[in-house]
Ligand binder design. Sequence first.
Ligand SMILES: [Fe+2]
Ligand SMILES: [Fe+2]
Length: 153
Amino acid sequence: MPLKESEIAARIKEEHERIKGEMKKIRTMTQAHVSREGFAKWRLDLLWLLRDFKTGLQRHFDLEEEGGFMSEVVRIAPHNLDVVKKLETEHRQMVIDLDGILEDLKNLEEKDDLKLDKIRARVGEFFALIESHEAEEGDLLESTYLQDEGMAD
Ligand SMILES: [Fe+2]
Ligand SMILES: [Fe+2]
């Protein structure tokens, strides 16, 4: 049985908040000063944090793509099909970006400031994409479910 609309909207909003919190944690950890001695532990902790973040992100995409949100957006406003397609493409892109960051981190076997700065920059770009993506979805969520409630009268 499909999830109820109000339930989907609430869950997606809840997850957007959760993802924001996780990004804050990752950002703090990524930007922290790392000593040569503390590097191995820092790297492993960050790897695990990013791995968990990836799983959470993919589950979030599952909810958005398979939980009925995307299809509802198109059903109510068919002109949104292009936006939905773009959002789905961004989901794929985010996983590719995150895999790239994980790969870079795995290849960094000892502290190297230049490479670390590159990783920090990649994380910054990755988060910027997530933020603009979620903001666009937030707007779509509002317009879709508000419009549907209006139509039910
Ligand atoms: Fe999304
Ligand atoms: Fe989202």
